[in-house]
Design a protein around this ligand. Structure first.
Ligand SMILES: [Zn+2]
Ligand SMILES: [Zn+2]
Length: 68
């Protein structure tokens, strides 16, 4: 199935894929952040609003393995 529109608002044109969950999102529904290691190398990545909210409430969620 080919998704042509943003998965969140379902009307916006695709702009990027969320790095967290992989869904396609439009400009209005994504947040750009700088990813990378230290301050030497960083590059822009995009998160959907859901993942952005999770990330901000628990910033190190991506750095730790999930608890078992
Ligand atoms: Zn959207
Ligand atoms: Zn996401």
């Amino acid at each position: 199935m080919i998704v042509k529109h943003c998965k969140l608002c379902t009307t916006g044109n695709l702009f990027a894929s969320c790095k967290g969950c992989g869904i396609p999102v439009c400009k209005n529904c994504c947040r750009m952040e700088l990813d990378g290691f230290g301050c030497v190398s960083a590059w822009p990545v995009y998160y959907c609003l859901n993942c952005a909210a999770k990330r901000f409430s628990n910033p190190d969620v991506l750095l730790r393995p999930p608890p078992k």
